[in-house]
Ligand binder design. Structure first.
Ligand code: SF4
Length: 290
């Protein structure tokens, strides 16, 4: 390694380690690298899901999104992944060759990304950076609880995603109002979320992400999963398109100790019911013993 590249490597490693808004993840699921963009560094969310992994007890150092700094970090990270420098860093050195491709830029982080006030502006600026790096094929994934789609700035942001290989992964963790409030612990009405999902799915096909678990050792009832399948069918009946249902369970230790994973068989059974009752494709993501 030449002196110059050593210098570059060191500088990049330092800035990567201290990034506040952008973080790379190697994802076997997406067969490549996903660059996460955190639009909620203040760790504030309009949901308080019982399975959330964000540690809200420990205060964050960064409270607000500084857009120029976020874009600088993303610019640098895109260069690091495409130039291969990321894989010279200690953390990513062992990444297998076939996973060293950039799959997506994912808007997720420590809260609900669509609550960010200038959501459309940030999506536009990130899409512009993606273009600048010649990465038209790279997806932009919005991981969302679907609570804010009705806001004009979010609607504009979703349209920008559509124009830039965007994909919407919307959370739906329940079939009934009571279970939704038990799991997602929010003041946002279930009806609002369901209407938002249907409205977004009418414009483009979306992915549904659902996380089921044991609460105080009790898995969701058959009736709850039946109701959940009915909610999915209502999206289709309203003219919405769902391209995939992802059925998850707990894979990392959540904040609440009374939440534990389902068995692989239980996850399979839910996905099987989704396929049988809705005709939609469903993928399973299993848990780990905690
Ligand atoms: S919506 Fe996401 S970030 Fe917010 S509480 Fe739920 S899991 Fe956590």
């Amino acid at each position: 390694m030449s002196a110059e590249s050593t210098h570059l490597f060191t500088a990049h490693e330092r800035s990567f380690e201290t990034s506040r808004f952008v973080y790379p993840v190697v994802s076997r699921r997406s067969h490549g690298v996903s660059i996460g963009v955190n639009l909620n560094p203040d760790k504030v969310c309009n949901f308080d899901c019982i399975y959330c992994q964000v540690d809200r007890v420990e205060k964050s150092e960064t409270r607000f999104v500084e857009m120029p700094e976020l874009l600088r970090e993303l610019d640098e990270m895109l260069a690091m992944v495409t130039g291969g420098e990321l894989f010279e860093t200690a953390k990513f050195r062992d990444t297998p060759e076939h996973l060293r491709r950039l799959n997506d830029i994912a808007f997720s982080g420590d809260g609900e990304p669509t609550t960010y006030r200038n959501f459309d502006e940030i999506i536009a600026a990130c899409a512009e950076l993606k273009r600048k790096h010649g990465l038209d094929y790279v997806k932009m994934v919005l991981i969302t609880n679907a609570s804010m789609f009705h806001r004009p700035a979010v609607e504009r942001g979703l349209a920008l995603l559509d124009a830039n290989q965007g994909e919407i992964w919307a959370k739906l963790d329940a079939g009934t109002d009571a279970y939704y409030h038990l799991i997602d612990r929010t003041t946002i009405p279930f009806r609002q979320v369901l209407d938002n999902i249907a409205a977004a799915a009418r414009v483009r096909p979306i992915v549904i992400q659902s996380l089921f678990m044991r609460v105080e050792n009790v898995p969701p009832s058959e009736a709850e999963i039946d109701a959940y399948c009915e909610r999915l069918n209502e999206v289709a009946a309203a003219g919405g398109r769902i391209k995939l249902v992802q059925v998850y369970t707990i894979a990392r230790r959540p904040a609440e100790s009374f939440v534990t994973p389902l068995s692989n068989e239980e996850v399979d059974a839910i996905a099987g019911k989704v396929r049988a009752k809705t005709g939609l494709p469903a993928e399973c993501f299993y848990g780990v013993a905690l």
